[in-house]
Ligand binder design. Structure first.
Ligand code: FAD
Length: 507
């Protein structure tokens, strides 16, 4: 580039129109509103999208709020239901059942984590489950839903919520938004990616119909294929298969269960060599089985999945193979990857869309000029890598702590775990404390939910609570439990909440 030329980026090309591509397009249109910047999405309706990705975590609501979209608008556009957390069945052992809520447990007192008080009472034989002190978990269990208080009077009232949504409808909604804001869309297959001879930056794309599309910055949202970042620029893939053995899934849509209210949680049930998801939407349900192909044939997987759908199947089951892991460099020269092209972790904690949101946010913060300075790239890559490793470790924890007996699950228990995770678990066991690294997506309350759900408790309570008067403690925790139970009893059911939302949208 000539030294006198304006180095600012004028032309962003997003390749891929799945969830990642349209999220990126909508967010950049909003971010650069009024700036002389052209955003183009190239997608191929012939290739299509992966067509799954229905369970989210609460950050998605902040993502679309930044675009000026309300919860009601997005829920209506995507046939969404509300999600208070994830229900894990049969993981700790067959018959076990717990909820990982988006919310807190009890009230910390004197700067000491609530779980210490709860454990102190347990030592005296109190059997009250930890979930009884979590409004989010208790609402989910009771099938109730309401919007959280904007000014919660105490941490006892703190919970958050996310959506179960139709991913294709979500992408369509974002596309409408992006196109209304000036984003261009080209429906064509990319045949070739051309590099500049001098510096190896991407110069442009050659489409199947011969058209050439030039750009300053390219965003690879081509899904597992990773056409730009992987195939063209050669960024390798760090495979995490030694830690996370599942490598395939069957996905199938069904009707919702007849005559039952939609649950306000994602259901994830352990099966003999993997786990099954169930996601209620308004117009249908999403189902699937994530499994290890070394431990289970496709026929066995289908035999486990198909009789246990949320309702009658309405599509054929579709097999999706995957490799857990991440792109070694998610940004190379003038190409940033988002979504499946940047890496994949199984959807056990519904994290993929959240990783896309954070990748987009990071790109906005570090948005380069046409030189794409290496320190900017390095920072993006470092943050992306750390964040994904933290999520990976959280997911590994579920496998490590399982208490099932099949060979697959025994192997998962016996596998070594990453050092950073081993340190966290060891500290929790020894002292009931949480290690919090940078770029951690999951808060201590989430770690607590999983430790407690899998019945891994610290060896001793905090010394400052060890000698508290048990009767006074029982009274105090009893009041908290009653307050949670009272709020639950006063809350409408999830179905009533959705019906009220429909009425308000129709009015
Ligand atoms: P895709 O949807 O695959 O889109 C790729 C795009 O690139 C398409 O538009 C395609 O046409 C285009 N393309 C590819 N090659 C070319 C070419 N040569 N020319 C032009 N265009 C091209 N995430 C969650 O957050 N929650 C979940 O519950 C969840 N469940 C999942 C379950 C499974 C089994 C799997 C595999 C994933 C799940 N995910 C989930 C992840 C989620 O589906 C993805 O993160 C999300 O859909 C983003 O996908 P994407 O846009 O990166 O890729």
């Amino acid at each position: 580039m000539d030294a006198t030329e304006d180095p600012r980026i004028r032309n962003v090309v997003i390749v891929g129109g799945g969830t990642a591509g349209w999220m990126a397009a909508a967010a950049l249109v909003q971010h650069f509103r009024g700036a002389p910047l052209t955003i183009t999405v190239v997608e191929s309706s012939e290739i299509g999208t992966i067509g799954v990705g229905e369970a989210t975590i609460p950050t998605i609501r902040r993502f679309y709020a930044q675009l000026g979209m309300s919860d009601a608008e997005v829920m209506q556009a995507t046939q969404a239901t509300c999600k208070l957390g994830i229900r894990f069945q049969d993981w700790t052992r067959p018959g076990s059942d717990f909820i990982h809520p988006f919310g807190l447990y009890g009230q910390d007192l004197r700067g000491i984590g609530f779980h210490n008080y709860w454990m102190r009472l347990r030592e005296d034989g109190d059997q009250t489950p930890l979930a009884a002190f979590s409004l989010g978990a208790s609402l989910a269990q009771a099938g109730r839903f309401t919007l959280p208080s904007r000014n919660p009077p105490s941490s006892l009232s703190v919970f958050d919520w996310a959506l179960h949504l139709d991913a294709s409808l979500f992408a369509q909604h974002l596309r409408k938004y992006a196109e209304a804001g000036g984003c261009l869309r080209i429906d064509a297959k990319v045949r070739k990616v051309e590099l500049r001879a001098d510096d190896g930056f991407i110069r442009g794309l050659v489409l199947e119909d011969g058209r050439e599309i030039e750009g300053d910055l390219f965003i690879d949202c081509t899904g597992f294929r990773a056409l730009l970042i992987g195939e063209t620029l050669g960024s390798g893939y760090e495979d995490w298969g030694d830690w996370l053995p599942c490598d395939a899934a069957f996905a199938v849509q069904s009707e919702n269960a007849p005559d039952t209210d939609p649950p306000a949680f994602t259901r994830v049930t352990a099966r003999s060599a993997g786990w099954q998801w169930g996601i209620p939407l308004r117009h249908r349900a999403g189902n699937g089985l994530v499994f290890s192909s070394r431990h289970m044939t496709d026929d066995q997987a289908l035999d486990e999945l198909m009789p246990r759908l949320m309702g009658r199947p309405i599509t054929e089951p579709r097999r999706i193979a995957f490799r857990p892991g991440r792109r070694r460099e998610t940004w190379v020269r003038n190409c940033v990857s988002l979504g499946l092209s940047a890496g994949f972790l199984e959807p056990l904690e519904s994290t993929s869309i959240a990783l896309i949101e954070n990748g987009i946010e990071r790109l906005k913060q570090l948005f380069p000029d046409r030189h794409c300075a290496q320190p900017v790239i390095d920072e993006f890559n470092d943050q992306s890598a750390r964040e994904m490793e933290r999520v990976r470790d959280f997911i590994i924890l579920h496998y490590k702590l399982n208490g099932r007996d099949e060979p697959f699950w025994r192997e998962c228990r016996d596998r070594p775990i990453p050092d950073a995770l081993a340190r966290k678990v060891a500290l929790w066991k020894a002292r009931g404390q949480f290690v919090r690294y940078r770029w951690e997506m999951f808060h201590p309350a989430s770690w607590l939910a999983i430790y407690d759900g899998f019945e891994l408790w610290p060896d001793a309570v905090d010394p400052a609570v060890a000698d508290l008067d048990p009767a006074a403690l029982a009274r105090s925790l009893g009041e908290m439990k009653t307050a949670v139970a009272r709020t639950v009893a006063e809350t409408p059911t999830h179905a009533q909440f959705l019906a009220a939302l429909d009425r308000s949208l129709a009015a």
